[in-house]
Design a protein around this ligand. Structure first.
Ligand code: AQP
Length: 329
C-alpha cells in the first residue's frame, strides 16, 4: 500500500490556503493510502513563538486536523517532537546536505530577504533537512502538499538519492502530490502572492475558524482587476482566477467551466463567498465539538506517536547502520 506523510506547523492561524492545498487532500488520502500526518512543532521553533503558545497551538492544530476529517482509526496522527527519531535523522541528513543547496531554498531567501541573513536562526536554514527527515523516516511514497513546498520536496528527493548512492539503498524516494486546483491559494488583497499565515494582511487571508459573515465579506472584497471580463488565466488575471479556483474547489467544477458562466465580477464574488462559507461550515462545526474535549485530542496524539515511532525507529536504525554508527549492545 502506498505510504503517505505530510505535516503542518502549529504557528499562526490555519487559513483557507492550508486547508485547500493540504488538509483537504489528507482527508481523502487517508482512505486510499497508509497515511501519517503530523503537527510539526519542531519546525515552529524556527521562528519566534512563546512556549505557552506553542503548546496550546499544537493541540489546537491537531483538533483542526480531526475537524478537517482525519480519522485516527484510519490514519496515524501525531506530534513531531513526540517521535525523537525526526530530530536524529535530521542530523544524519544534515551531514549529507550541502550549504549551497540549502542557500538556494526560496523560502529561506524570502524569509531573510528583508533582514540580515547573519541574524537568521540556523533552524530556519536547516528546516528543509528536518522536513526531509520527517518524510524519509516513514518510507513515504507520496507527500500531499501545496505548490509552495515543491522545492523542499525536490531537496528531499535529492538527499534520499544521494544517501542511497553513498551508503546503499536505504530510503524510498518520495513524490510530491500537489492538487490540480487550489495548489496555491492567493492572497485576497494581493493576488500575486500566496495566502500566507505570516505575510498576508488580515483582509488578505480567510481563516479556517472565522465566522461565516467575516469569511463572506473578505471574499466579496477580494481584489480583482480593472477589466470586466471573467476569464481563467492565473498569469494575467490572478485575482479573478483565484476566485474561480476557490469556487471550483468548493463546488467540484473546474475554474474554466465556471468562467463561462459569469460575465461580471459581482456575482462571481457573491457565489464564491457563499460556496466557501458552506465548504468551511462542517469543519467549523466539528472543531467546536472537539474544542470541548481536548483530552480526547491528546489521547489520539499519544496513540499516534506510538504507531509512528514503531516505523520511524526501524528507518533511523537502518540509516545509522548504513552510515557506520555502531549499534548499541
Ligand atoms: N496559499 C496556500 N495555498 C495552498 N497551500 C498552501 N499551504 C500553505 N499556504 C498555502 C500548504 O499548507 C501546508 C501546511 O503548511 P505549513 O505548515 O508549512 O504552513 P505555513 O508555511 O506555516 O503556512 P504559510 O501560510 O505558508 O506560512 P508562512 O506565512 O510562514 O509562509 C503545506 O502543505 C503548504 O504547502
Amino acid at each position: 500500500m502506498t505510504r503517505v506523510l505530510s505535516g503542518i506547523q502549529p504557528t499562526g492561524e490555519i487559513h483557507l490556503g492550508n486547508y485547500v492545498g493540504a488538509l483537504r487532500q489528507w482527508a481523502l488520502d487517508q482512505h486510499e493510502h497508509d497515511s501519517f500526518f503530523c503537527v510539526v512543532d519542531l519546525h515552529a521553533l524556527s521562528a519566534d513563538i512563546e512556549p505557552e503558545t506553542l503548546r496550546a497551538k499544537t493541540v489546537e492544530v491537531a483538533a483542526i486536523l480531526l475537524a478537517a476529517g482525519l480519522d485516527p482509526d484510519v490514519c496515524t496522527l501525531f506530534v513531531q517532537s513526540h517521535v525523537h527519531e525526526h530530530a536524529e535523522l535530521g542530523w544524519l541528513l544534515g551531514c549529507v546536505a550541502s550549504m549551497g543547496e540549502l542557500r538556494r531554498m526560496t523560502q529561506f531567501k524570502d524569509k531573510t530577504a528583508k533582514g540580515d541573513e547573519g541574524a537568521a536562526r540556523v533552524g530556519l536554514f536547516t528546516y528543509p533537512v528536518l522536513q526531509a527527515a520527517d518524510i524519509l523516516l516513514y518510507d513515504t511514497d507520496r507527500v500531499p502538499v501545496g505548490a509552495d513546498q515543491r522545492q523542499h520536496l525536490e531537496l528531499c528527493r535529492d538527499l534520499a538519492q544521494r544517501f542511497n548512492q553513498r551508503y546503499g539503498e536505504t530510503f524510498v524516494v518520495p513524490d510530491a502530490a500537489i492538487p490540480k486546483v487550489g495548489a496555491r491559494v492567493m492572497d485576497l488583497q494581493d493576488p500575486t502572492m500566496k495566502m500566507s499565515k505570516s505575510r498576508s494582511s488580515p483582509q488578505g487571508k480567510v481563516l479556517l475558524l472565522e465566522p461565516p459573515e467575516v469569511v463572506a465579506k473578505k471574499i466579496r472584497r477580494a481584489v480583482t482587476d480593472n477589466e470586466a471580463e471573467v476569464r481563467y488565466d492565473p498569469a494575467t488575471k490572478p485575482g479573478v482566477s483565484n476566485l474561480l479556483e476557490l469556487l471550483g474547489v468548493a463546488t467540484g467544477a473546474t475554474p474554466q467551466e465556471l468562467a463561462d458562466k459569469y460575465d461580471q465580477y459581482g456575482p462571481l464574488k457573491a457565489d464564491a463567498a457563499a460556496a466557501v462559507v458552506e465548504f468551511l461550515r462542517p469543519v467549523q462545526t466539528r472543531f467546536r465539538e472537539l474544542a470541548d474535549d481536548l483530552g480526547h485530542v491528546e489521547r489520539v496524539l499519544a496513540k499516534g506517536a506510538e504507531k509512528a515511532q514503531a516505523v520511524a525507529a526501524r528507518t533511523l536504525h537502518r540509516a545509522g547502520s548504513a552510515m557506520g554508527l555502531l549499534p548499541r549492545r
